[in-house]
Design a protein around this ligand. Structure first.
Ligand code: ATP
Ligand code: MG
Ligand code: MG
Length: 381
């Protein structure tokens, strides 16, 4: 029996473990904390990712390793890769860990990106703001997630506040200034590449964020076939250049019919959670298939699907459980402000039916604001 090791024990590892069970896989999850939520579904090894003894124990107990988060120290990924197969490769991880490296690669591949400038000093920030104009966004190059490590600069008068907020971190994580994109909508491609180089993607997904955190995802997207093909081509070009193995997400801004790449997530992604019930093969199953060198599963959709994220605390499950096509995911985490604690997926045969389900569930849960933009998108079709 094959044992798959996962570095990081959050909800992504938990859903990978659940998808691995029917494939006959054993799992071992490593995390720094004993209450990591994946530990409820798979054996958990508690240890520091930089501790060689802990990594050695992990390596001795698994046949292949993967990640549930992108910020695994690059040296730890390298250390493991010298001993056991690791997918995606430490090189792909290293590129995706650094906004400057990833945007530089997008540009090299001819994938349009928002304007960006490396910001090593305060003087460089002032020059960069003058160059890009306002509004713009200062971001840490590394370690940001869920909109953390970002400062929105509305006018030149905000430069001091932006530097006060993030400048202290420049030596550790680097900073990058990005032009603000007044996008019409945010999209993502969830793609998967097998060990043999086969590439597949799920239908394009539209995403809504609140305070930098994903709130809702909808698939499929109503768009021209040309736009969808462009998005898949960008994702495929990236996967091929990085010789990527596994599932990844490419986040895109769409403005006036043009796609701009925001970031690459080298792992299963929150905007792909709808694939569990909304696609023939989920992103989690296909990630497992890819890292094991198994044939990839069909990424076709089953109807129309919307995923709603539960942030901070779980709402009442009953309205979703009672809905035909309603699916509930509680990650078993304790509530905390801003924390992703679960999600629901609603699946229906068509956009009209899905809009009605969203309306009913949103009203029953007092989440009218969360479902409103999704309903708007469905009704505009
Ligand atoms: P994630 O949790 O997706 O990894 P993150 O912390 O890496 O998030 P980003 O994806 O860079 O952060 O930004 C979070 C959200 O903030 C984006 O999805 C988008 O809504 C908004 N945003 C980020 N950069 C820009 C930009 N240059 N212009 C406009 N909006 C932006
Ligand atoms: Mg990110
Ligand atoms: Mg993002």
């Amino acid at each position: 029996m094959t044992t798959v090791g996962i570095l990081g024990g959050g909800q992504l590892a938990r859903m990978l473990a659940l998808a691995g069970a029917p494939l006959g896989l054993r799992l071992l999850v490593m995390d720094t904390v004993a209450d990591a939520c994946a530990g409820q579904c798979a054996p958990l090894l508690v240890g520091d990712y930089r501790d060689e003894a802990a990594l050695a124990e992990f390596a001795s107990r698994v046949d292949v390793a993967t990640f549930d988060f992108e910020n695994v120290p690059a040296e730890s990924a390298e250390w493991l890769a010298q001993r056991i197969p690791v997918f995606p490769s430490p090189r792909a991880l290293a590129v995706a860990q650094d906004r400057l490296a990833e945007k530089t690669l997008f540009r090299e591949l001819g994938i349009p990106v928002p304007e960006f400038v490396d910001v090593p000093t305060r003087a460089a920030l002032e020059a960069a703001v003058a160059q890009l104009g306002t509004p713009c966004i200062l971001k840490t190059r590394r370690l940001g997630y869920d909109g953390k490590g970002q400062f929105r600069i509305r006018s030149a008068a905000d430069v001091g506040a932006a530097w006060d907020a993030l400048g202290g971190q420049v030596a550790n994580v680097g900073l990058i200034l990005e032009g603000f994109v007044a996008f019409d909508r945010e999209l993502s491609v969830i793609g998967v590449r097998g060990r043999d180089g086969e590439f597949r993607s799920w239908p394009l997904t539209e995403n809504w964020h609140v305070d930098g955190v994903l709130s809702a995802s909808l698939a499929p997207v109503a768009c021209t076939p040309a736009l969808a093909e462009q998005a898949y081509a960008h994702a495929r070009a990236l996967a091929e250049r990085l010789e990527y193995t596994g599932v990844f997400a490419l986040e895109l801004f769409c403005r006036d019919g043009l796609l701009l790449a925001n970031e690459l997530a080298p792992r299963v992604h929150n905007s792909g959670h709808w694939t569990i019930e909304g696609a023939e093969t989920s992103q989690f199953e296909n990630h497992m298939r890819a890292v094991l060198g198994l044939p990839l599963g069909d990424t076709g959709m089953l109807g129309h699907a919307c995923m709603l994220n539960w942030i901070g605390a779980m709402p009442d499950a009953a309205p979703v459980l009672q809905a035909s096509g309603g699916h509930w995911h509680d990650y078993g985490k304790s509530p905390r402000a801003g924390r992703k604690v679960g999600h629901a997926t609603l699946r229906a045969g068509g956009p009209v039916e899905l809009a009605r389900m969203l309306h009913d569930v949103g009203s029953a849960l007092g989440r009218v604001e969360q479902v409103a933009p999704v309903i708007g998108s469905l009704r505009s079709r």
